[in-house]
Design a protein around this ligand. Sequence first.
Ligand code: GAL
Length: 465
Amino acid sequence: MTTYHFPDQFWWGTAASGPQTEGRTVGDGKGENIWDYWYEVEPEKFFQQVGPEKTSQVYTKYKEDVLLMKQTGHNTFRTSIQWSRLFPNGTGKVNQQAVTFYRAYFTELLEQGIEPFINLYHFDMPLDLQKQGGWLSRQTVDAYVNYAKPCFDLFGDLVKTWFTHNEPIVPVEGGYLYQFHYPNHINLREAIQVAFHENLASAKAIKAYHATKQEGEIGIILNLTPSYPRDENNSEDVKAARIADAFFNRSFLDPAVKGEFPQDLVAIVKELDMMPKMEEGDLATIKENTIDLLGINYYQPRRIKAKETPIDHQNGPMPEDYFDYYEMPNKKMNVYRGWEIYEKGIYDILTNTRENYGNIKCYISENGMGVEGEERFVNSEGVIEDDYRIEFVKEHLKYVHQAIQEGTNCVGYHMWTCMDNWSWTNAYKNRYGLIAVDLEQDGKRTIKKSGHWFKKIAIENGFET
Ligand code: GAL
């Protein structure tokens, strides 16, 4: 029997986001964001045409939900403030109802012994700002800082752990390269500008937070997808994997932790003549305002080989001009999501932060398994027996444990997600929660087997196998 015991005060919990859970109610004062809008104009793009207003209704059910969090062992929980709820137009006057809601929600969490971690941006650009270019526009950087500052003032007495962005590479990929977020452009020049503005906005928000002198920490949450070459002894494969790593991981990881963009990426961008527009002082702002804490989302690795297929010039330059994706035979798959399951990836990321990023304080901010049709696994007591999820978490936690044993400064593990929630264009297709949400029965909640199991490991601060 092996015991996997985690350090004292380890953060056990889950992550969610405002736009995926809160829902909308008439008269709540929330403004439109790009998801509300996109669903309005192209509902067919969303799985079974379920839109963001139908999310798990946390706006009205948060008290019940916080109790369920307690019953599933949470000592910490991350969600996000919806920018378009606090500032319906992205800028201007605060929506007081939003302040009341978030204060009540965060207070409820604290009263149940669950520390709220709050993220400021989870893919949810207010529509009015998107109309002016969204992250493409410099004005959005200013608007974002003008949104972040009041958040620190309004909620800083309740919230001690802040994040500037969740997975900032995803709006770049989805909105400006691969068409799964509004505005669905394919344009590398724009993608680079968006990434630059997000990095700059993050540094400026960090600066603003530190200037408040509040006793707390601020970080960023990155989805780090380790890039593995097809053949480690083939220098062309290794080089290709390194470039993919620069585009998708180090483009945010390096500025966030080291305050600098990776040289190999900068060289490529210069070569393409696609350097983003910046102002004097921007690079110094990024250099001087790095994160206190790194959140790591891990779902899947990226398998890469040297470019073998012809470059597709249809949409101008793309990251894939520099590498090909490698279909590794016999990989373990989560067939529902189409994602590879590679548990050791989590260890490799944590080792990388220790060896190459000053062993920065970090935690696993998302890890989890989306499964379609979980109703199949309901037992006679109405509980979903999601043993595959327990297995998934356990196997990842073993590697987290190993990295900690070797000295990585990893202080917690959050799953995605607490309750089944609305997952962008996939809507409710794949369920990730420790708690089931029955949309047919007004969102009735039932703890899954994994939720009961999670409580046990959280209370015991580990597990045995
Ligand atoms: C992450 C994202 C979450 C959630 C999850 C599962 O990339 O941060 O918002 O959608 O994927 O698909």
